[in-house]
Design a protein. Structure first.
Length: 151
């Protein structure tokens, strides 16, 4: 390489190795904290969808939290209508994950079919459709002519 000295490369390599060690320590601490929390509460986190685009704290949802939110926002049961759409991100994830269960894996849907399914859940079906795509539960063609469950 021209213009880069060997000592600069060694220095960067050393710095990256240190960051790698720090990351391993951080991950080990996080695993211990999660194990401790689960053993204390006997509650486990629900699995994060593999298709989620950006995984952050809004996906740290315990089974108890999930059940409570479903009961609150779906008063007629999980297959019934949504009472309101929450503003908090974690609650949105739970609601959208529940709505995604109304779609069959491996089947292609037209936009009209998606709208019909979502209209049965909530009047603002466009917002629900957008979040299903944004959170990675559904995917679609660029022109919006076909939708499917993202796996």
């Amino acid at each position: 390489m021209e213009g880069v000295s060997l000592s600069t490369i060694r220095n960067h390599r050393f710095a990256l190795r240190e960051k790698k060690k720090q990351a391993k320590i951080f991950l080990a601490i996080m695993e211990l904290l999660e194990a401790k929390m689960q053993s204390e509460t006997n509650d486990q986190f629900i699995p994060i969808p593999r298709s989620a685009r950006m995984v952050d704290e809004r996906f740290a949802i315990t089974t108890a939290e999930n059940e409570a939110i479903i009961k609150r926002y779906f008063p007629e049961g999980p297959d019934g209508p949504l009472s309101e759409f929450p503003s908090k991100e974690k609650r949105k994830v739970i609601i959208i994950a529940q709505l995604a269960k109304r779609f069959e894996t491996g089947r292609k849907y037209t936009e009209e079919e998606v709208n019909t399914i979502l209209k049965a859940a909530f009047y603002d079906y466009v917002t629900l459709r957008r979040y299903l795509i944004e959170y990675g539960f559904l995917d679609r063609l660029a022109d919006g002519s076909s939708y499917w469950v993202k796996s």
